[in-house]
Ligand binder design. Sequence first.
Ligand SMILES: Cc1cc2nc3c(=O)[nH]c(=O)nc-3n(C[C@H](O)[C@H](O)[C@H](O)COP(=O)(O)O)c2cc1C
Length: 389
Amino acid sequence: MGSVPTPSAAAVFSLFTKHQPSLNSSLSSINSHMAAASSLSSLPSDDDDDRLCSETAQQKEREQHEDCSMGPPSRYLGSESRIERAWAHWKKLGQPKLIVAPMVDNSELTFRMLCRKYGAEAAYTPMLHSRIFIETQKHRTLEFTTCKRIARRGNYGAFLMDKLPLIKSLVEKLALNLNVPVSCKIRIFTNLQDTVTYARMLEDAGCSLLAVHGRTRDEKDSKKLRANWGAIKAVRDAVRIPVLANGNVRHMDDVHNCLKETGADGVLSAEALLENPALFAGFQTAEWALGSEENFEDGKLDQTDLLVEYLKLCEKYPVPWRMIRAHVHKLMGEWFRIYPHVREDLNAQSTLTFVFLYDMIGRLRELGRIPLYVKEAHAEEIYANGTGP
Ligand SMILES: Cc1cc2nc3c(=O)[nH]c(=O)nc-3n(C[C@H](O)[C@H](O)[C@H](O)COP(=O)(O)O)c2cc1C
């Protein structure tokens, strides 16, 4: 790309299609991780948990890259044509509505595959370091780590919200020079008008798909703080490119309400999917199902089933143990609250093995099952779709 400043970290928007079950990189998504020349250089350490979970297994990941190029870069296109092209691309992707949000260390291939089985239609990869990704084979299979200090120093993440001219020039240069569409993911400002101006700026700069996380960058605790769907609606009304809504999508009722209230073209979910990767297939955790006025029944699926499925995928497509450990804690959080001694056993393992984890699952099942629930009226539909156990 010559002298074009490249984002040092980017996430890829991967699409699942029925005909092509692999994960196709289809958009160059700079999300909120844009940066001009960054010195980000942290590599996976040699900790036990950074080892791949199956060192002997071959790296079989065969990412089939559908040609998502929309022709030459859009440098000669006027704004009308760019908007048309953004929609043409969105339609080409099949207009996915149920999307796995980018999660560093958590939305790796195996987790995305599990979510796909349970209804997700597309997913962002975790953040990748662009230069290292291009230069190093190892990093095309290993995910990259980050932290807030690095994000600030590297000029990406929501820290870039202080540097709007820099964001504008990055998006412009990427849109002018890439032959794949550029998508952005932003947080909102406290002031609604600032958010709308920010979104319009990105659209004018050439962004083709905009995901809006309806919280400000100071609103850290996404479980406690509701996302502002009103601000997402204001962005939806102000721009003409496809918009995705993010925040407070914890079960399918949220999906429907969010799409209705915001007018967005799809939703992203993060935290809730970590706890319940079957969310998009209509399964709910007890936390939501039991407090609801509607009738729910045991969905004949629980988080130990999902963990077994996830581990089987990890045996086939190895990932670092630290990612597996993180998923075990998120998936089994509710079970560990009830059976804390099992969590303590897990924490005492400096080196994890599949044998230990399958044994732990067996112990949890013997202690007592915590089901995922489905709406009575939807149970048959869910099983007919093949997402049931
Ligand atoms: C473990 C974890 C890692 C995340 N990593 C990223 C990231 O690398 N880039 C990003 O734009 N957002 C990241 N996010 C934020 C999510 O994509 C999402 O915007 C946020 O969690 C709000 O969605 P939720 O309310 O569904 O959790 C991460 C979230 C979690 C929980």
